[in-house]
Design a protein around this ligand. Sequence first.
Ligand code: SF4
Ligand code: SF4
Length: 388
Amino acid sequence: MQPVWLPRHGLQHLINVLRDRGHRVVGPQVADGAVVYRDLADASLLPTGWLDHQDGGVYRLHHDPRAGTFDHVVGPHSLKNYLFPARETIEAWSRTPDGWQQTTPTYEPEQLAVIGIRGCDLAALAIQDRVFMGGESIDVRYKARREKLFVVAVNCRRAAATCFCHSMGCGPAAGPGFDIALTEVGDRFAIEAATEAGEAVLADITGRVSLVPLTPDEVASVRHVPETLRETMQARVAEEGKPRPRSLDTEKIRELLFENLTHPRWAEVADRCLSCANCTLVCPTCFCSSVGEVTDLTGDEVSRERQWASCFTLEHSQMHGANARPSTASRYRQWLTHKLAGWIDQFGTSGCTGCGRCITWCPVGIDITEEVAAIRESPASSPPLSPS
Ligand code: SF4
Ligand code: SF4
């Protein structure tokens, strides 16, 4: 469908139409010092005029009247928070005079529309789809939520210093997977639909606000918005001796990492790493979870809870009374090599989309791009990793 212009005040109509069609609408908002996803009924809550400064271990917001509605970059939340929630009850049981009775409520996911999804997070969505629905074992809850998801994507026109989507082939243009995509230009948005559901939403908006088709020249110029940003990112503007934004060289990365499992860099990064697991929690593709039983104080109600797990915790690699990854070095190596190498064998794709969250939200600013570059600069021939 040909893109059309949506005036800025039309964002409220977009939200209203989605809500009228039965969606819970979620969008980016400033809260607790960050841009996070929250329920959204009013377009004035969108972070118009807010910019984020991000770097290793750094996230700061500042107001800039020149900034548009979507000139901030990704915050700590992603679609993972909704499709694969941090904690959920998957079964419940109650004690009755006749024994235990299952009381798990029927699972009925809501129709969810999320506004503001970027190219890196669309790529992450495709990766999680592959993990949760692409093999023989299907996560029925993820699948049920996924089938009811409506995605309003945004083409980025600004990148943070931590972004490296361009080098992972995941941005800054919104790739496949959206229902509607927005490109902000001046005081309006070029809006295009990619699915029947997206077209239906645009048709409903047309009844409320005039949507003017873009001319062929305007279409070309709008397509150039993320392309211009990509060229800027590739130029790797240097500041303070470090390239901004970052990039990650993926050439034969699987071989590079598997051939360097004993590289001394793993021990060096472990000296800084706190094993706090922040990087795995904010990563939009990390998918590990654990399952445990929880009882109430009487012991008459029991629920089985699934919650996010992290390869940075000791219990994650505890097997048969021994721990397979007792050192921080071995756990960091596990995370990075799985993400960028093992994932390729397992799922046919990298597990990283270059969103940069693990760099920003690492409390000590450990940078996945720097770690790979360090190994690439002095590959192999390293002494064995210390066992503890
Ligand atoms: S590894 Fe880091 S940069 Fe890559 S997708 Fe995860 S959080 Fe984003
Ligand atoms: S790399 Fe950073 S965020 Fe990840 S576990 Fe280590 S200290 Fe925490």
